[in-house]
Design a protein around this ligand. Sequence first.
Ligand SMILES: C[S@@+](CC[C@H](N)C(=O)[O-])C[C@H]1O[C@@H](n2cnc3c(N)ncnc32)[C@H](O)[C@@H]1O
Length: 298
Amino acid sequence: MGNSASSVHLPVLLRETIQQLQLSEGLTVLDGTVGAGGHSSKIMEAIGPSGNLIGLDRDQMMLNFAKQKLEGGSYQLFQKSYAEMNDVITECQIPGVDRILLDLGLSSDQLADDQRGFSFDSTGPLDLRFDTTQGKPAWKLLEKSSEEKLENIFHEYGEERYSKQIAQKIVLTRNQNQIHSAKDLSHLIQDCTPRSSNQKSAKKHPATRVFQALRIAVNQELEQLETFLKKIAHESLNPDGLVAIISFHSLEDRMVKNAFRDKSRWKNLTSKPIIASPAESRINPRARSAKLRVAIKV
Ligand SMILES: C[S@@+](CC[C@H](N)C(=O)[O-])C[C@H]1O[C@@H](n2cnc3c(N)ncnc32)[C@H](O)[C@@H]1O
């Protein structure tokens, strides 16, 4: 996937993000989660040919999508984590960047790829890594981790009510059969959670929190965000530079909110996060949980 197919991802809060980034011709902008280039293509238009667009993503498949979308413009793409953007800035031989955008989490293109395990009913291996060349896939974590460790992951990163029951069932099941695909895991979760959290009328799939937790764990997502907020963002921005972050769950949003409260480092431009309009949420269900926060480096 990724080379011939076209992207199915709809960028969230697109108009609001472009407005908040306060773009003008000639700026240097770093999109730390370039994905399929939805936000970046609008950024490229706004900064014009004299501007400089740098895009990062941990997933090579997403960089291929971005190349298609940005074709004809001037940009540089790197397979890197946003937590390593200082290395890219050094490689580009520039002092820093004027704007940074992070649109965290998962792209609909990753969700649509049956071989990555992001979708609950996919039959390929339960991988869940953004960069499949690094670290260990989620199925291996399920195979090797103690019951206690699994319970902690589901509880801390997924705030899952039935962490204990799910961890117990995984350990019991894996001794007989390998839990290899996303479908295997979602069936197991449905089997050991109460029917009320399982019914079709429930807003979220019963496996949502466990999948989120495993994805956070295998990609070390909170550690990446912490490194970025504590050190990398401030170091990478030019004076008066601005950072905009879109997050999709409360663990990340809380980290961003708390970081931007530090008045010695940030002028917070969003005392309340910007959220999607009802119209956008209707068209794009991913937008329902999106929160955009923006700050200027002081
Ligand atoms: C929600 S999508 C971005 C969509 C993009 N804004 C667009 O409009 O197409 C999030 C992207 O971030 C990437 N990603 C996740 N963690 C990352 C990290 N630490 N560094 C760089 N990219 C990351 C994922 O691979 C995914 O492609």
